[in-house]
Write a protein that binds this ligand. Sequence first.
Ligand SMILES: [Zn+2]
Length: 322
Amino acid sequence: MEEVSKNLFMLTLPMPFRLMHVHVFILLTEEGVILFDAGLNTQENFHLLSQALNSLGKNIKDIREIFITHFHADHCGMAGLIKEIGGAKIAMSAAAEGLLGRRKNEIFYAQFRDFCYKCGLPQTTAESLLTMFVHFKEAPRPFEIDSYIEEKSYRRGNFLWEALFTPGHSPDHVSFYFPKEKLLIAGDHILPEITPNLSPDLLSPQYEPLKEFLTSLEKIQGYNIKKVLPAHGTPFLDLNRRVEELKNHHRLRTELIHKSLSGEKNVFQIACEIFGEDLTDFDYFLAIGETFAHLQYLVATGLIKENLREGRFCYEVLTQLV
Ligand SMILES: [Zn+2]
């Protein structure tokens, strides 16, 4: 555990799969302990969090509130358990309400199958992904949200932070800006070593992840941020440089996908060209989501056209890039 600013501690918790770790942030205020994100739901993580709090002279029951950046399992996993033990209040953006608990949602499964089919993903891959979701061992402890995060300042004791809506990586994503300390708890909005995954919201087809993400990147450039505290990877200083790298990455990827469209292709065919053909099922899932997000962006800008051929999304070039 590292004290990243006075009374703000970064605790790194392990994960048994990709990225291998996630950070949670513990803030000690005169009004109690505030947790930013709640790690993956495993016994080991619960033990590590308890231990970390003990080393600060606190325990799980001292956690008064949990502010969660977004609904992914490695960010909200233990929130329900912490709430059950000590009554902590859970705050998330209102958009999280419809995103939590989809593992039990039959409509979501139907949409998932439909989306995979339309993208051209082999049916066996789609079915094994669904099985994986249903049997996800480290699924979050179910919980109710106590209050919706608003885009405003929150004051607890001597601390003040602003919640900033930063959708893109997920529709409900929130980052937390501490103006006095010039810090940003960035969740998965901006990461130092990887580009945050973008994927469509299957129950809200109007959601455009890439467009939202680029807007949210520009938004955080408007704040005086000296240090970024990401949920994965090492905290870093040069926010503007990283924002430019990410914008550039997506510009190049969009161009690459546009160039790959000779004749009509479906999402899976394009994803295989960009990401390779020897991926795990989960990587295929990320790859088609990411590819679809870029295709959707190209369609919205009028550069390509989407057709439905025998129930599958197919894309063709409308305007050449200059
Ligand atoms: Zn995430």
